[in-house]
Design a protein around this ligand. Structure first.
Ligand SMILES: NC(=O)c1ccc[n+]([C@@H]2O[C@H](COP(=O)([O-])OP(=O)(O)OC[C@H]3O[C@@H](n4cnc5c(N)ncnc54)[C@H](O)[C@@H]3O)[C@@H](O)[C@H]2O)c1
Length: 350
């Protein structure tokens, strides 16, 4: 049984601890939080685990194989670095770090110490996202025209990072997973209504090399909880709804045909549009527990010395896109080129 140390016992930490224990391959050995009271409160659920506020104490325990970092984003880099240097494998919650530069340094430390560095891009382990990816890859939708991703709710409001870093991180990792591509350019707007300098809402437009467009709307200042992605292809369209636990994917056999009706070819009157509606298809999808699948994958990588699907490079790629998006927001929506450098090569390319 692998010994796991959980760093950060706030909102998400207990969810992670539950999944670690569910694997039955690993056990929570340490609960660590700078607020020791939180570690002790969670210890009531895991009485064999030790509670502490000292990261150093955790890292000197040889029985700790791996560390899961579930603290605020600004602390990820320093904690993950110390853990890697102490010879522990590390799973860091999303977004991997505050900056791409910090992430690059972490990747180097993981390479030097030959330890696994993985980021918790949990939706990449979601079976319905994987099903949507297969549908896109099969070509059933035709040529991809655009993707629209919506992630809204009223709260939880964060003050340490904005809605882009907190919420849109998920959508960006999903976009890369679904398309096997990285966008080339972004134009984005956002606004801080509640806390000065911390955008509560962002609207981001991404352009890919082949003309594919993607829009990401993320907000914690919205009356409705929405977790939806619409994929529009030349032949069919698909809608993914994470909150629909029975039928998360619907495929609409719908498209528009432009029929020539005579006259000059460049005239509007030469064509008439025909809406083709072949009905609705609902694929049967075996739903999984994405976080459990993510932790299982992390343990596989630790045990078999594999490179995680969402490795440090994957985290870096998402960070570079987040940084370009932030730059565009600061410039009032100006187009900003996205350069992820060598991280263009995707492990999980479609
Ligand atoms: N994958 C997901 O769907 C998902 C959902 C929620 C949160 N998260 C991520 O999980 C991480 C934690 O988020 P949260 O909502 O639990 O935050 P939180 O503020 O509720 O909890 C963070 C905890 O970390 C502790 N902490 C802060 N600095 C520390 C340090 N240096 N050492 C030890 N403990 C420290 C705090 O005392 C707090 O208990 C973030 O990276 C967030 O983005 C992911």
């Amino acid at each position: 049984m692998r010994g796991i140390a959980l760093i950060g016992c706030g909102y998400w930490g207990p969810v992670v601890a539950r999944s670690v224990e569910l694997t039955e391959r690993a056990k929570i050995r340490w609960l660590c939080d700078q607020d020791e009271g939180r570690a002790k409160a969670l210890q009531r659920k895991y009485p064999t685990a030790k509670a502490t506020d000292s990261l150093a104490e955790v890292l000197k325990d040889p029985e700790v194989t791996a560390v899961v970092v579930s603290t605020p984003v600004s602390t990820h880099s320093a904690i993950a670095k110390q853990a890697l240097e102490a010879g522990k494998h590390v799973l860091v919650e999303k977004p991997i770090t505050l900056t791409a530069g910090e992430c690059e340094s972490l990747i180097k430390v993981a390479q030097q110490t030959k330890k696994v560095l993985m980021v918790g891009h949990v939706f990449e382990y979601n079976s319905s996202i994987q099903a949507l990816k297969s549908i896109i890859k099969s070509g059933d939708l035709g040529d991809l025209h655009y993707i629209q991703s919506e992630r809204t709710n009223l709260g939880p409001v964060r003050t340490d990072v904005n809605a882009l870093m907190d919420l849109a991180t998920h959508d960006i990792s999903i976009l890369i997973e679904l398309t096997g591509r990285v966008p080339q350019q972004v134009s984005a707007n956002g606004h801080a209504y509640l806390n000065s300098g911390v955008e509560d809402v962002v609207f981001c437009n991404y352009t890919f090399a082949d003309g594919l467009l993607a829009n990401v709307h993320a907000s914690w200042l919205n009356p409705r909880k929405v977790r939806q992605i619409t994929v529009v292809g030349s032949r069919k369209m698909a809608v993914w709804d994470d909150l629909d636990l029975k039928t998360p994917i619907k495929i609409y056999d719908k498209h528009v045909e432009m029929k020539a009706v005579g006259g000059s070819a460049d005239s509007f009157l030469a064509y008439k549009t025909a809406v083709v509606d072949g009905g609705l298809f609902i694929p049967n999808i075996q739903l999984n527990e994405p976080l459990l699948a993510e932790i299982q994958h992390f343990l596989d990588c630790v045990e078999k010395n594999l490179t995680p699907r969402s490795d440090g490079v994957s985290g870096y790629r998402v960070m570079k896109i987040l940084e370009a998006t932030s730059a565009s927001i600061k410039q009032g929506g100006a187009a900003v080129a996205i350069d992820v450098g060598p991280a263009k090569i995707l492990h999980s390319a479609a």
